[in-house]
Design a binder for this molecule. Structure first.
Ligand code: PMP
Length: 460
């Protein structure tokens, strides 16, 4: 290790003194002290106290290939020695970015032969926003500017991404959303679909898009943007009828359809991309995370052939980043995507570990009194903590129970995330069946403890 060895207490003190954390109440964090993660392998993390922790979240839904792949670090070193950096702006390219682009065109659904590189999901989303508006400019319809997203959708933390996302607690800080953004309700069957079958609800929820388009005027709407499965919003999986109906509506009103595949992409659902699980065809889709399994920051916007041709016809697209197509990130992403494909990792999620997880997940959690809507696809799954299952009634103070439950999981050295009162999980795609069993055993014990605490506190 190149870092200096320090005690946990020293690290905590220095972290509190100098490091501002994302999405964090700094004062309260510094009072508690951080958990220092020092190394990782497969699906496991170790902290500075020597605890072995199961990472049921693949970092932030990104370490698809699992931790500790020495082949990826060797590729990074080789590329750094050969060409650590060059840009792709001024009539230049380099082998790493060309090879990655070719490979991505191979794994992408048909009709996606071009990619534009970024450094993160947020940058992919902001790039997409500018691209969509540019597309309509070139088409001679510059008034088509408004992008429609969904409440509780997450599209990043940049000004564009946070605006398009539907997290009101983000909008509250910094005068968001920016102009030209609208939102519709999320397709959350459990909450909004009470009197309908899931299939009926899927169509009804898609029609909210049509209502919004008619309200704004189709001549002013540029695109609809959605995560195939809303991730940070709590793993909201729309009924099978939703995406096909959304697609039909977008085509009817001549509106671009954009999938934000930052979480769903690169095998999370058992397909390469979430759109393939749901059977729809967007015009553009955004990615990051699983593209490099988080080993280095890189994102890519996949541009459909029609949009790519239109942008090309328009001359300069005045957009790009110093690190667009960074050689080291591109080389590592290439090795990662190749491994996900050639080692059959995505295929195994689709055929073996995904179905196994989904079956065991439902068996494990359906029995609990305060757990409902037990759901998932591939290796992304969730359940919701509820006050009354029979009445489908949620707890009053949304998020309080989730945090309490999440802390119990952490205490048992299993990382799952609370999104409000949704408990979500998305482990590395290399998780084995035995590891799934062990993870679910710990999870079940944690929920038992949670329900016991509820009773002790008179909350249930
Ligand atoms: N889009 C989606 C769907 C995401 O889940 C995220 C991150 N969780 C982002 C965009 C933003 O990605 P990043 O944090 O890499 O900027």
């Amino acid at each position: 290790m190149t870092q200096q060895q320090r005690s946990t207490a020293q690290w905590r003190e220095l972290d509190a003194a100098h490091h501002l954390h994302p999405f964090t109440d700094t004062a309260s964090l510094n009072e508690q002290g951080v958990r220092m993660i020092t190394h990782a392998d497969g699906i496991y993390l170790w902290d500075s106290e020597g605890n072995k922790i199961t990472d049921g979240m693949a970092g932030l839904w990104c370490v698809n290939i699992g931790y500790g792949r020495k082949d990826l670090s060797e590729v990074a070193k080789r590329q750094m020695d050969e060409l650590a950096y060059y840009n792709t702006f001024f009539k230049t390219s380099h082998p790493a970015v060309v090879e990655l682009s070719r490979l991505l065109a191979e794994v992408a659904p048909t009709g996606f032969e071009h990619v534009f590189y970024t450094n993160s999901g947020s940058e992919s989303v902001d790039t997409m926003i500018r691209m969509v508006r540019r597309y309509w400019d070139v088409k001679g319809k510059p008034q088509k500017k408004t992008l429609i997203g969904r409440w509780n959708g997450y599209h990043g933390s940049t000004i564009g991404g946070a605006s398009l996302g539907g997290m009101s607690y983000m909008h509250e800080q910094g005068d968001l959303p920016i102009p030209g953004i609208a939102h519709i309700e999320q397709p959350w069957y459990y909450k909004h679909g009470k009197d309908m079958t899931p299939e009926e609800f899927g169509v009804a929820a898609a029609r909210w898009l049509e209502d919004k388009i008619l309200e704004i005027g189709a001549d002013k709407v540029a695109a609809f943007v959605g995560e195939p499965i809303q991730g940070a919003g709590g793993v909201i999986i729309p009924p099978s009828t939703y995406w096909p109906e959304v697609e039909r509506i977008c085509r009817k009103y001549d509106i671009l359809l954009v999938a934000d595949e930052v979480i769903c992409g690169f095998g999370r659902t058992g397909e390469w991309f979430g759109q393939q699980h749901f059977g729809f065809k967007p015009d553009i889709f955004t990615t990051a995370k699983g593209l490099s399994s988080g080993y280095l920051p890189i994102g890519a916007v996949f541009v459909g052939n029609d949009v790519a041709a239109t942008l090309a016809a328009g001359g300069d697209f005045n957009h790009g980043f110093t690190y667009s197509g960074h050689p080291v990130a591109a080389a590592v992403a290439h090795a990662n995507v190749q491994a996900l494909r050639d080692e059959g990792i995505v295929q195994r999620v689709r055929e073996e570990t995904g179905p196994y997880m989904q079956q065991r997940w439902r068996e494990t959690f359906s029995q609990f009194e305060h757990v409902d809507d037990v759901r998932g696809v591939g290796l992304i799954q969730a359940f919701t903590l509820v006050k009354d299952k029979a009445k489908r009634e949620l707890f009053d103070n949304w998020g309080e129970m989730g945090t309490m439950c999440r802390d119990i999981f952490f205490g048992n050295n299993l990382i799952m995330r609370a999104c409000g009162d949704h408990m979500v999980s998305a482990p590395p795609l290399v998780i084995s069946k035995a590891e799934i069993d062990s993870m679910l055993g710990t999870a079940a014990r944690s929920v038992e403890t949670f329900e016991k605490k509820l009773r002790e506190r008179g909350l249930a």
